[in-house]
Structure formats: structure tokens, C-alpha cells
Design a protein around this ligand. Structure first.
Ligand code: HEM
Length: 205
């Protein structure tokens, strides 16, 4: 871990005058900034101090049924329904059949409502799991998701005042934008799980 490296690190290429007088390497923080500015910062000292926090490795999902995380289970619905809304808008544009405008209204509404429910489970994970709470990437994902939910809500609300007239041009534009945002949100959520292993079992069992 970062701590061990720092403890064993010596004065490095600059010699004794290049580092501190003790073996303890300064962290990139309050007292470390001066050294960094002087160009004396050494490789291996940029370790993220977050990794030393006691709960860093506690990443198992808490909001789960029999070990199956509710967030991961529920996000599939708003993702699919967001694409359905855009598809229905395209079909309405192509055919002029009001069925597609009505289908888009329902898909947009369900994408928003199930999206809010999914965000609720995600927020609980974020707040209550120590190893998730400390990762900046988890907060980034939450931020992108809130933007997505705002667009999904606007897309649905706008259609409630006349679902056929709403499609062209603003409805379909909102749908296109929400497809882009749901892609970004889902891609980033996937990174949390597959790169950072958030929400996964610590023991692998
Ligand atoms: C504020 C709202 C949200 C928060 C705080 C949040 C938080 C999280 C967290 C902590 C994870 C890691 C896995 C876990 O602990 O369950 C995750 C994964 C994920 N999130 Fe979110 N999320 C939010 C909203 C959304 C929304 C609205 C979507 C998409 C519609 C989404 C899509 C995903 C996906 C696709 C994953 C990966 C799931 C997997 O592959 O197993 N998230 N999210």
C-alpha cells in the first residue's frame, strides 16, 4: 500500500538534500506541496491517501436481495426504456401513426419513474457502503445520473401536455439527448463495477 512504500522510500535521486531529513516521505498534501513545487517530488509518492482509509476495501453491495444488488438489477429498465422512447419517436416521425407517439409517452414516463427508483437504490449504496462512498468515481456517476434523470423527467412531462405535438421537434431531440446520457451513465456505472469492483463481493463468494 501507499503507506508501506512511503515508509521504505529513501532520499532518492536528489540525495539527502532532495528529500526530508527523515525516512518518512511527505504526502502530497499540506506539507508536501512545497517540495512538489521545487520539483523534488519523487515517483511513488503520488499514492492516493484514500486507499489507506479503513473502509476502502468494503465494497460489497448492501442494498441487495440474497446478495443480488438492486441497483444493478433495476438500471436495465430505464436504459432499455430510454432507447424505446427514441425508437418510438423515430417510428412516429416516419409513419405519423399516433400509436407510436402514445408508446413514446409511456416509455418516457416509465424510463423516468423506474430511473428514479434505481437512483434511490444507487444513492443508498453510495451513502452507506464505505468503499463506494470514498471513491470519487462513484460521485461522478451519481452526478451524470442526476443530469440523465432531469432530461428523462423533462421528456415525459413535456409530452403530458399533448403527446403527438410534443414529438417533433423537441420530444425527439430530448429522446436523442437522453440516449446519449443514458449511454454515458451506464458506461460509467459499468466502470464502477468492472474496473473498481464496487458493489461486488470482497471475498469472491
Ligand atoms: C444518483 C443516482 C445513482 C447513484 C448514486 C448510482 C450509484 C451506483 C453505484 C454505487 C454503482 C456500483 C454498483 C453498486 O454498488 O450497485 C452503480 C452501478 C451502475 N449504475 Fe448507477 N447510480 C445512480 C443512478 C443510475 C442510473 C439512473 C443509471 C442508468 C439508468 C445507472 C446505471 C448504472 C449501471 C449500468 C451500473 C453498473 C451495474 C452493473 O453492471 O452491475 N445508475 N451505480
Amino acid at each position: 500500500m501507499a503507506k508501506d512504500q512511503n515508509e521504505t522510500q529513501d532520499d532518492g535521486p536528489g540525495g539527502p538534500q532532495g528529500g526530508s531529513q527523515t525516512n518518512e516521505a511527505p504526502r502530497k498534501g499540506k506539507e508536501g506541496k512545497g517540495k512538489e513545487a521545487e520539483g523534488e517530488w519523487q515517483e511513488g509518492r503520488y499514492e492516493d491517501p484514500i486507499a489507506d482509509l479503513p473502509g476502502f476495501h468494503q465494497t460489497s453491495s448492501l442494498i441487495a436481495i440474497a446478495g443480488h444488488p438492486l441497483h444493478a438489477m433495476s438500471v436495465a429498465f430505464p436504459i432499455a426504456l430510454t432507447f424505446c422512447t427514441f425508437g418510438a419517436d423515430l417510428f412516429y416521425w416516419w409513419t405519423g401513426d399516433s400509436f407510436w407517439a402514445r408508446a413514446a409517452l409511456w416509455a418516457a414516463g416509465m424510463a423516468f419513474l423506474i430511473g428514479v427508483a434505481a437512483a434511490f437504490t444507487g444513492t443508498l449504496e453510495l451513502l452507506f457502503v464505505p468503499g463506494i462512498r470514498v471513491r470519487a468515481a462513484a460521485w461522478t456517476h451519481a452526478g451524470i445520473a442526476v443530469v440523465l434523470l432531469s432530461i428523462l423527467g423533462a421528456n415525459w412531462g413535456y409530452r403530458l401536455y399533448g403527446y403527438e405535438e410534443a414529438v417533433l421537434p423537441y420530444g425527439i431531440l430530448l429522446s436523442g439527448f437522453s440516449v446519449f446520457m443514458v449511454g454515458a451513465t451506464g458506461w460509467h456505472g459499468g466502470k464502477l463495477v468492472f474496473d473498481y469492483h464496487l458493489g461486488t463481493s470482497e471475498t469472491g463468494s
